[in-house]
Design a protein around this ligand. Structure first.
Ligand code: PRP
Length: 213
């Protein structure tokens, strides 16, 4: 049976395609994609499609994609109806709490406002520390929120730390380590078990090789 695989475009894209290539899969169409959105594997009975991170979970949960590759940050924020099968150990970054120098939101008493693309993660993090917060959902350039005085701090992903540094923000805590994960639709895990497991094992081999070298 053929497999449909949803890949997250953007940050994780090139690393994921490189891993598929190391599996011996036919990634030519994914590498020369133009404006296409669906890409047949030129060697295996697989079709890939490139989607935004949140949509990757949606396609997998609805069974349109049997498998998805998506960041743990997106998985932590929402969606639960899938199996998380493998840590690809690429796209490594972390959830951090940051704010202006001298203004640690974790030490603020009274009303705390936090800006985040990940409101559920932000709430859970502060609740686990016994703090109630108001989260203001920000869709991009989250670092602006404390700089302009909209919030006391942010919960966001940090990769290199360059964006925080350039905007004069300080990391006050690292909340969680993150990386790309492979998720599987629950029905596909039963109905296409051999194909799904072969795909997972191939990628697992690449992860293990990378760790040994
Ligand atoms: C993410 C994140 C930070 C930045 C961190 O944003 O929200 O802004 O990357 O990366 P760094 O630590 O390497 O500087 P993204 O680039 O996805 O864009 P966005 O702000 O438009 O969401």
């Amino acid at each position: 049976m053929s497999l449909s695989v949803a890949l997250t475009k953007g940050r994780l894209e090139s690393g994921t395609v490189a891993m598929l290539e190391q599996c011996g899969y036919g990634t030519e169409k994914l590498k020369n994609k133009g404006r296409a959105l669906v890409f047949p594997d030129t060697k295996k009975d697989i079709r890939y499609f490139l989607v935004k991170a949140n949509d990757c979970i949606t396609y997998v949960e609805h069974g349109v994609a049997d498998i998805g590759v998506v960041g743990k940050d997106t998985l932590m924020e929402g969606g639960k109806d899938y199996y998380e099968m493998l840590d690809l150990k690429i796209g490594k970054c972390r959830f951090i709490v940051a704010g202006l120098a001298g203004n640690n939101p974790l030490e603020k008493s009274g009303h705390i406002r936090i800006g985040s693309k990940y409101p559920n993660v932000a709430l859970e993090y502060f609740h686990s520390r016994g703090k109630d917060i108001e989260v203001i959902k920000i869709d991009g350039s989250v670092e602006l929120a404390p700089v302009l005085g909209l919030t006391d701090g942010i919960v966001d992903i940090m990769e290199t730390g360059a964006t925080l540094k350039e905007n004069g923000l300080v990391v006050y805590d690292t909340a969680y380590e993150l990386s790309a994960r492979v998720i599987v639709n629950k029905a596909a895990f039963k109905m296409k078990r051999d194909e799904v497991m072969a795909f997972i094992r191939d990628l697992e081999g690449v992860v293990n090789n990378a760790e040994e070298n």
